[in-house]
Design a protein around this ligand. Structure first.
Ligand code: HEC
Length: 291
């Protein structure tokens, strides 16, 4: 809400999200790469620096891989839906001192309309994304599988893959499904022996739990919130276990995935009392203080 105009329609903007226009490749290794990119796209930890501190991820601007017509970040946006990606707020490398916000492009639009050629043979997309992460956002050097995954994810977005409905409700189930996909991507990367990528995947799962947590801020939901935080804590421990190459990590992640289903059921039972309820969300948006 902090990054949207005050007069934004809270239900259209925060209770719903655009649908994702993604087609997963049939081949397992290629599909894992897209899943790695998909999860990396959804966590500020990829970007590091100011962006990470503010909680900005690729997906903040490119919602579900699309655009974000209401994005308004003080000092970074001009009109809503624009961003100056050479702004020194996010970058010590690229700050050009010039105010030049550009519309956030829909990455799922026709490839011919996009500026950066995506054909693998052109070798344009990976360097572009590398520059975004390390220079524009001052992020740490991404693991090779993460960079490849981000490019694979962007390539797998296309208008032909758009579902019929343009948007879908944002729910506990929607965010937990993303968290599980990220944990499965971590399992896949562990199987390949890529610990740094697996750690980032778990960070992405944690980001999704954080997005649920912020909508369960009502004191009456404190017990559920504690359970959510315990689930997050287990993922933090799993990150340590991955770093330490602990042999129990496979079982730990499998146990986390299994436990996520009853957790989802408990959260869903109280979802109407949380800010996932559009009516409560609208009230909260009205209470928002100016600035
Ligand atoms: C602060 C908002 C913001 C964030 C965060 C962001 N982008 Fe973008 N992105 C933009 C804007 C604005 C443009 C258009 C820049 C231009 O036109 O010069 C863009 C352009 C792109 C393009 C090129 C589109 C084309 O026309 O070919 C790709 C690909 C892309 N972003 C991917 C990403 C990825 C991957 C991340 C995360 C690493 C990311 N973006 C994070 C705002 C953002």
């Amino acid at each position: 809400m902090r990054w949207a105009p005050a007069d934004v329609d809270p239900v259209a903007t925060f209770a719903r999200a655009p649908t994702e226009c993604l087609r997963l490749p049939a081949e397992a290794r290629a599909a894992l790469s897209v899943e790695v990119g998909r999860a990396a796209f959804r966590t500020p930890v990829l970007l590091g620096g100011q962006a990470a501190r503010a909680g900005v991820a690729c997906e903040t601007c490119h919602k579900a891989g699309r655009s974000n017509p209401t994005f308004l970040f003080p000092g970074v946006s001009g009109a809503p839906g624009t961003a100056d990606v050479t702004d020194s707020l996010f970058s010590t490398h690229r700050g050009d001192g010039i105010d030049n916000p550009k519309p956030i492009p829909d990455l799922s639009g026709p490839k011919a309309k996009l500026k950066i050629a995506q054909a693998p043979a052109d070798h344009k997309l990976e360097p572009f994304i590398h520059g975004l992460v390390t220079e524009e956002f001052d992020g740490p050097e991404p693991a090779p599988a993460v960079l490849d995954g981000l490019a694979a994810y962007v390539r797998a977005l296309s208008p032909a893959a758009c579902p019929k409905a343009a948007s879908q409700p944002v729910t506990v189930a929607y965010l937990l499904a993303d968290a599980r996909r990220a944990v499965r991507a971590a399992q896949g990367e562990m199987a390949l022996g890529d610990a740094p990528t697996a750690v980032l995947m778990l960070a992405s799962a944690r980001t999704r739990l954080g997005l649920i947590d912020e909508r369960y801020a009502d004191p009456g939901l404190a017990a559920l919130r504690a359970q959510l935080r315990a689930a997050d804590h287990r993922l933090a421990e799993a990150q340590d276990a991955v770093r330490a190459h602990s042999p129990s990590i496979g079982a730990d992640l499998a146990a986390w995935l299994a436990a996520s289903h009853p957790l989802e059921a408990r959260l869903a039972a109280r979802e109407p009392a949380s800010l996932f309820n559009p009516a409560l969300l609208t009230q909260a948006a009205r209470r928002r203080l100016p600035g």
